[in-house]
Design a binder for this molecule. Structure first.
Ligand SMILES: [Ca+2]
Ligand SMILES: [Ca+2]
Length: 350
């Protein structure tokens, strides 16, 4: 048998007369989003503005890439949402490391903006770990017609001397049941309706690129609560779910970023949460900012560390954070050489 085949092209051989019909891959079937992972070579599920391509990197990972100096965007109209219901829309976003470009994710009349990507993704189970992809999200209420447009836009740039930053997007998600809101707060999360991950937080450098021991814990009394089998603290401190860190690795366990908690430069915010902690001085609540150093490498700088004491009854931590110097964030740090557990029920900032 002789095949007339092109180099680099994959083929499947079938018996003559039994070639199956080519079927639509139906990327994203059941998710409300057509091709949320940008697997279609032509990105046919997306409306494209400016320079947009499906990028496949050296590890075979597909994403949408926005480039060029003009406005570049992907968008998609989503229908069938329940009018008045709450939803969370999100995507992994990465502005080319070392560069800056205003990138806006929007849905349901809400938007969040990142200017740069400075926090390395460090969850071992995530195939994007080692890149600077982080999740950006908005919560919104579905309008009366149950339709909205999900859009990610990289702004037009001037004549950048080292070229315009490329922006990559992956894994768009639109999930019902966003966290309850709290009047007067920029971000509020009681962990009762987390769409994925840890609400406004993402993993820091604790343990390096590893799978963390932090999760959204669910109440299953009495087994998950203080007093059971000598447990010192509750896994869940309010409602039916809380964010729990158990026996964590030393380092920054989790932190916020501008894609989830957009703190504006020069403004002051109150950061507060309820928590329990099994051992004194094992964890610190930290504040810091990210900036791109003179060497072009993004680096975080911590500006404050507040010790967390042993609290076997629910306590409250509150402090004021003034944003400045770069992308300001807040989070939890595990100190060296302690075995501990810790829970927090909610975190709110305004
Ligand atoms: Ca993908
Ligand atoms: Ca809760």
């Amino acid at each position: 048998m002789t095949l007339d085949a092109a180099a680099g092209q994959a083929y499947v051989l079938y018996p003559q007369g039994r070639t199956p019909q080519v079927r639509d891959a139906a990327w994203g079937e059941g998710t409300r989003i057509d091709d949320p992972g940008f697997n279609d070579a032509g990105l046919d599920g997306w409306k494209k503005t400016g320079t947009v391509e499906r990028d496949t990197d050296s590890q075979g990972r597909n994403s949408a890439e926005l480039s060029g100096t003009g406005t570049a965007a992907v968008e998609q109209r989503v229908v069938g949402l329940k009018p008045g219901a709450r939803y969370t829309a999100s995507a992994w976003l990465e502005v080319e490391p070392g560069k800056e470009r205003r990138t806006t994710l929007s849905a349901g009349g809400e938007q969040t903006v990142i200017e740069r990507s400075t926090a390395k993704e460090r969850t071992a189970a995530n195939d994007w770990h080692g890149t600077y992809f982080q999740r950006a999200k908005v919560n919104f209420t579905a309008p009366a017609d149950g339709a909205t447009v999900f859009r990610v836009e990289a702004a037009k740039v001037g004549a950048a001397k080292d070229g315009a930053a490329r922006v990559r997007i992956d894994d768009v998600r639109l999930v019902a049941n966003a966290p309850a809101t709290k009047p007067g707060t920029l971000v509020h999360d009681d962990f009762e309706a987390v769409d994925q991950g840890w609400g406004p937080f993402f993993k820091g450098d604790a343990g390096g690129d590893t799978d963390p021991r932090t999760h959204v814990a669910q109440k299953h009394a009495p087994y998950t609560q203080a007093g059971w089998n000598k447990k010192r603290i509750d896994d869940v401190v309010s409602g039916s779910e809380s964010l729990k860190s158990h026996d964590e690795n030393t380092g920054l366990v989790y932190r916020t970023g501008p894609g989830t908690v957009p703190l504006k430069e020069g403004r002051s915010y109150r950061v507060e949460f309820d928590y329990q902690s099994s051992h004194a001085d094992a964890y610190e609540w930290v504040t810091g900012y990210d900036r791109i150093g003179a060497d072009g490498v993004p680096a975080p700088v911590e500006t404050r560390r507040t010790p967390v004491g042993a609290e076997t009854a629910t306590a409250h931590l509150s402090e004021t954070v003034t944003a400045g110097c770069g992308d300001t964030w807040t989070g939890l740090r595990k100190k060296a050489a302690r075995r501990t557990g810790r829970t927090s029920s909610s975190t709110a900032s305004r």
